[in-house]
Design a protein around this ligand. Structure first.
Ligand SMILES: NC(=O)c1ccc[n+]([C@@H]2O[C@H](COP(=O)([O-])OP(=O)(O)OC[C@H]3O[C@@H](n4cnc5c(N)ncnc54)[C@H](O)[C@@H]3O)[C@@H](O)[C@H]2O)c1
Length: 360
């Protein structure tokens, strides 16, 4: 048998998520973590020592051209996406792995999709919660048919839109068999987070009509329901799948529970979002896809694109009013359009735990 290929990796952005990625690549024998880049010299020096990597640079493009990585991974704030995708393509990488959200506007997402398709580069976007045992359990219950005909999926998060929405919509689409979204409609409130580096209305709530008849409901931010069972604020997320014979729901920080026709009462189990458990299989699925074109990564960029389109459709609905038909064409950057029309009224919160985060 021929020796298995070892894939060279360059990680750009060495903050919290960059280090999670770098460590997971380092711990997988099929990857060689070859270099690190960051625009902050202090951050880069710290990460280089922690990870034991000597090849570092403040210039991602120069280092990428030198290393010629198989995997170009970047974990920077969302303000810089298309530019780093172009650096990844220029480096000759076979796979670009990057963080959610995939872009800051529909036009940018369209440009990213065009560029990677033209270059024939695989992309993976970090929606790795799906590897949690509780997320997997809800998928197993839905797939078993125990809930009957699925008609509604309601997902919500305490965290604001451009942090959490693409996670929620990705798992909603997974539970719904990746049915196409036909239209969306939404409302939003609160300008507080429009100047954040994940610019968002403080609260957004909206509907999705899927082609298989399932209704999606997504809420993010200050007005979203609390998940009182979960203490850690960023994990106050829930995705509940309702069918004609029962429901099953996952709480990002608090396990899963279900009621099905075959069971008497509630069944439940453990599970909590945990980077140490989710990153290794997420990274391992990149090996499979690099080895074999048919083993497409579950967090592939095309899936992220469809979720992002739903997100941007909701913002367009807030701005224009009414239902927005998908797919979307390029247009005015959605957040900029939102800034022009959002009223000044402070957001109303759904529970006291949201007050501090939304400064109200
Ligand atoms: N998938 C998840 O579960 C998850 C969780 C948290 C954050 N995120 C996402 O990860 C991304 C990064 O978040 P984080 O928490 O790691 O942020 P962070 O601030 O800890 O790290 C970002 C790093 O990028 C560097 N950087 C900024 N601009 C750069 C540039 N132009 N070139 C090179 N380096 C640059 C910064 O110096 C910093 O070291 C965000 O998009 C965020 O939404 C994802």
């Amino acid at each position: 048998m021929s020796a298995q290929k070892i894939y060279k990796v360059l990680v750009v952005g060495t903050g919290k998520r960059g280090k999670h990625h770098a460590l997971a690549f380092k711990n997988n024998p099929r990857f060689e973590l070859t270099g690190l880049a960051d625009s902050s010299p202090e951050q880069l020096a710290k990460a280089a020592v922690e990870l034991g990597i000597h090849k570092t640079s403040l210039q991602p493009l120069a280092l990428a051209k030198e290393i010629q990585p198989d995997v170009f991974c970047f974990c920077t704030p969302p303000g810089i996406r298309l530019e780093l995708i172009q650096v990844g393509i220029a480096s000759g990488a076979k796979l670009i792995a990057y963080e959610k959200p995939m872009a800051l506007s529909m036009t940018e997402a369209i440009e990213i999709r065009k560029a990677v398709n033209a270059a024939g580069v695989k992309t993976v976007v970090s929606h790795q919660h799906r590897y949690g045992q509780h997320y997997q359990k809800v998928k197993e219950i839905v797939e078993s048919g125990a809930l009957g005909r699925i008609h509604t999926i309601h997902a919500h998060a305490a965290g604001w839109f451009l942090h959490l929405f693409t996670h929620l919509v990705e798992y909603m689409r997974w539970y719904n068999g990746y049915a196409r979204a036909e239209w969306v409609m939404a409302q939003a409130a609160g300008r507080g987070k429009l100047s954040d580096n994940h610019p968002s209305p403080d609260y957004i709530g909206g509907f999705i009509q899927f082609a298989n008849g399932v209704r999606g409901i997504i809420e993010c931010g200050a007005g979203a329901p609390d998940v009182p069972e979960v203490d850690y604020w960023w994990r106050k997320n829930k995705i509940a799948v309702y069918g004609t014979e029962g429901f099953a729901e996952v709480l990002t920080g608090g396990g899963w529970r279900a009621v099905t026709g075959a069971q008497q009462g509630v069944i439940s189990g453990a599970g909590c979002m945990n980077y140490d458990l989710e990153m290794p299989p997420y990274i391992e699925d990149m090996v499979r896809w690099l080895d074999d074109d048919k083993q497409v990564h579950p967090c592939n960029g095309e899936s992220a694109y469809e979720g992002f389109e739903i997100a941007m459709g909701m913002l367009r609905s807030v701005v224009q009013g009414g239902q927005i038909k998908l797919p979307l064409a390029a247009g005015e950057p959605e957040i900029e359009a939102l800034k022009k029309v959002m009223p000044e009224q402070p957001v109303l919160v759904s529970s006291d735990v949201h007050r501090k985060e939304y400064n109200v």
